[in-house]
Write a protein that binds this ligand. Sequence first.
Ligand code: NDP
Length: 333
Amino acid sequence: TREWQLVRRPHGEPVDADFALVSLDRPEPQPGEVVVRTIAMSVDPYMRGRMNATRSYAPSWELGETMQGGAIGQVVTSRSDDVPEGALVLHGAGWRDLAVLPAAHVQVVEPLPGLPLSLHLGVLGMPGLTAWAGLFRLAAFQPGDAVFVSGAAGAVGSLVGQFARLRGASRVVGSAGTPEKVAWLGSLGFDAAFDYHDGAITDLLAAAALDGIDVFFDNVGGEHLEAAITAFRTFGRAALCGSISNYNAVSAPPGPRNLSLAVGKQLSLRGFIVSSHADLRPEFVAAVSGWLREGSVVARETVVEGLDSAVDAFRALLSGGNTGKMVVRLAPD
Ligand code: NDP
């Protein structure tokens, strides 16, 4: 099998020498185990935290250890009565072309007629549930709310804006890093969008949000969070999902300078981790698969081909090379 290992901890932006693609003998599956051939694997921003020695919310990867992450594949050998050969399964052992796993560590999924299986890694998977939980539970979205989402052309952000629109937001505003992404947000039904490189984010948001926002879904942190605090109306609610603007930072970034406004505006700023909200999965899957079937949600992917390109795909994700969900495809569905 071929697997990607972390061989050095990145300092700032990850570079090629931090990773190695190694060939290993495939372990024989033991009773109760399955061998899964990877069809597609996910690269996600939280993986940057796992490359550091300091623990983020997910444990650090050890050096010389094969990296992990969401993947979907097909069972090619089964020594378990629970999971038959040929089954399509989701698991957490990405970054390799073959995974040998206890059957209890894989989740059998159904094919998606007419749609790529990799949607289980995006709109129907962890990023989709993140968008759902953050918007509807953490930010307590209500119809009529004006919503701002940062990182709006990414996997999570593009879904947040679409979910808000489908559930009756009065206005949906997004920010993203290129004019093409801003135009795409318009095609998704965002009422306004801006490129955050075009000036001070506080000014860009004030112009796009008109008379303020009720909900902020933050994927970016830093200046975006500060701008949202200024734009909030009374009783504004933020779901703090990520702060990708500082994942490669080598020193602590400054906090929002206007945080004291949170008192007078009576704001709720709530951080969250999706795994604490797994109870929402049934309602999320029911609603979002319905929207997908009727074509009211667009689940765009940026697909990079081949295990060899997985590190490049991860690095491109951190620098905006994706629109929608970044996926690495190893084999056809
Ligand atoms: P995305 O698909 O949004 O990809 C990351 C995007 O971040 C890039 O495409 C890039 O787009 C943008 N970006 C990179 N650097 C910057 C910067 N300095 N300023 C602004 N934008 C930047 O990833 P995901 O949808 O998977 O994740 C989005 C966020 O959600 C991340 O912060 C992630 O850590 C977080 N997350 C949190 C979870 C939780 O449980 N709390 C679960 C899943 C994700 P652009 O071209 O617009 O700059």
